[in-house]
Write a protein that binds this ligand. Structure first.
Ligand SMILES: *Cc1c(COP(=O)(O)O)cnc(C)c1O
Length: 227
């Protein structure tokens, strides 16, 4: 009888295998690295399919898009949803209601606004390590002030740092950004590092990633927005 499997199941197995091998090569435990399945542009049905395969941590980029999907996902016990896209200040309330963790806190003001919603939230401070104009995140010089604002909050728990290097085909080009984030986290006494995507997660693991954010390698190419 042929084995019945799905493309997502195969991709998931392949990603877990690559993750385990990267961890082993780095002398680390695969259990210490969390896989965040990045589901932007994919339907709630795809997220449910991923959940059925055992995935529990999901990353979404757009508050409004996820608001549309969330009702269909409310029954997935233990699923954790992370916001990994830029958060506009007029969406803080909605974001705090929909997500468990916000990975893109990049100002003290944003931290205060999230805290004011009054919900317990995990927080990563997003650090901008490249000079690209389009990237959000706080510059390294401003990191301490943002981290302090999160620490001073009532409801936010500071978990670690997140970054997104410029996109490149060559994963080695991401390495200095990952190393820099780790140095900054050590300086701040933070343990968690959200870094590495489909193209460069093995390098991120070598540099200490505790969470890798993977979309394409799991779900394939994202659907293009219709014109
Ligand atoms: C889309 C996205 C990812 C996933 O990227 P892939 O290359 O599809 O794995 C990871 N992190 C952030 C912040 C993203 O926006």
């Amino acid at each position: 009888m042929p084995e019945v499997t799905s493309p997502l199941a195969e991709n998931y197995a392949a990603v877990l295998d690559r993750l385990a091998r990267a961890a082993q090569q780095a002398g680390r435990r695969a259990d210490d690295i969390l896989l965040l399945a990045v589901t932007k542009k994919f339907s709630a049905a795809r997220i449910a399919e991923a959940y059925e395969l055992g995935m529990r941590h999901f990353g979404e980029n757009y508050v409004q898009e996820f608001e549309g999907k969330a009702p269909a996902l409310a029954h997935l016990a233990g699923a954790q949803f992370h916001l990994i896209g830029h958060l506009q200040s007029n969406k803080t309330r909605k974001a705090a209601e929909l997500f468990h963790t916000i990975q893109t806190v990049d100002s003290a003001k944003l931290a205060q606004r999230l805290d004011a919603v009054g919900r317990p939230l995990g927080v990563f401070v997003e650090v901008k390590l490249s000079n690209e104009d389009a990237k959000s995140g706080v510059a390294p010089e401003g990191l301490s002030a943002v981290a302090d604002a999160v620490r001073a909050s009532q409801h936010l728990r500071l978990r670690g740092l997140m970054t997104m290097p410029p996109w490149t085909e060559n994963a080695e080009e991401s390495r200095p950004y990952f190393a820099r984030l780790r140095t900054l986290a050590e300086r701040e006494g933070l343990r968690e590092l959200s870094m590495g995507m489909s193209n460069d997660f093995a390098v991120a693991i070598q540099e200490g990633a505790t969470m890798v954010r993977i979309g394409t390698a799991l779900f394939g190419k994202r659907p293009q927005p219709s014109a």
